[in-house]
Design a protein around this ligand. Structure first.
Ligand code: XBP
Ligand code: MG
Length: 254
């Protein structure tokens, strides 16, 4: 049996955290600091092209705010803003506002029962992963994941493959024995560059991305009573959801 582990992205894949989670938290941090930066839903979609919150803020100022006069300690301002943003984001999650995407809990449970190992590969800050797992999966969900690769543990964020290399190394598995789960083009490129096959579940921010090379592109993973739709890739022959037998099939296809 080839399949040994499932490696999940977090934002947009486990849950739709961006529009009503990260975006709101950024805006709260900006307002708290007295800045007139306001990331509306449309602008945020463009800013998501840059992964990582600090990197996203640098990109915003460089590309959208030629009027903004940077203070001498701009880098430390961004660090402080990011810490405040993480505080706002984890507070939002502690209030339980972000549910898991359909089929995520079902697949996690199936994998755990079958002894398939679980891991996370994300650009987001570790505290954000912990808050989502505890609040939206289960209070002990952190312990379900053998490796949690997150944030600044690698120098280059997605689309670079570094975070997947980091996770594979710690799992001590070759990419051929794992399936990655992503929602975005940057995520797919990252996983692909590390040699991983990748399942994509799209969301409103990523539905127009280029998912060339994905093992399959779905609207969501599917659960009983909520069949998933294949947007590109092999047919599921009437199956309602992506389960372990189908993941094994995708992994063994050339
Ligand atoms: C997620 C991100 C993250 C979050 C913000 O990308 O880009 O930057 O939006 O996280 P992916 P931080 O799903 O591809 O990992 O503010 O904690 O950096
Ligand atoms: Mg993502």
């Amino acid at each position: 049996m080839l399949l040994k582990a499932l490696i999940f992205d977090v934002d947009g894949t486990l849950a739709d955290t961006e529009r009503d989670g990260h975006r709101l938290a950024f805006n709260r941090a900006f307002a708290e600091a007295g800045l007139d930066w306001d990331w509306n839903e449309g602008l945020y979609g463009k800013l998501l092209g840059v992964t990582g919150g600090k990197e996203r803020m640098f990109h915003y100022v460089a590309n959208y705010r030629p009027d903004y006069v940077k203070p001498a300690d701009f880098e430390s301002l961004v660090t402080r803003l990011h810490a405040a943003k993480t505080r706002h984001y984890t507070e939002l999650l502690d209030r339980g506002v972000i549910p898991l995407r359909p089929g995520v809990r079902r697949l996690l449970d199936e994998a755990r029962s079958a002894g398939i190992r679980l891991a996370i590969a994300t650009t987001t800050t570790p505290a954000n992963v912990t808050a989502l797992l505890r609040n939206s999966v289960s209070p002990d969900a952190e312990s379900w994941f053998e490796v949690i690769g997150a944030g600044d543990v690698v120098a280059a964020k997605k689309p670079a493959p570094d975070i997947y290399h980091y996770v594979l190394e710690r799992l001590d598995l070759p990419p051929s024995q794992c399936m990655a789960f992503e929602d975005s083009e940057n995520g797919l490129r990252s996983a692909q560059s590390a040699g991983l096959k990748t399942v994509i579940t799209i969301n409103d921010y990523t539905r127009t991305h280029d998912f060339h090379g994905a093992a399959i592109v779905l609207d969501q993973l599917g659960e009983p009573g909520m069949a998933c739709r294949v947007l590109s890739g092999p047919r599921l022959n009437g199956a309602e959801m992506l389960d372990l037998p189908l993941i094994r099939r995708l992994l063994s296809e050339p």
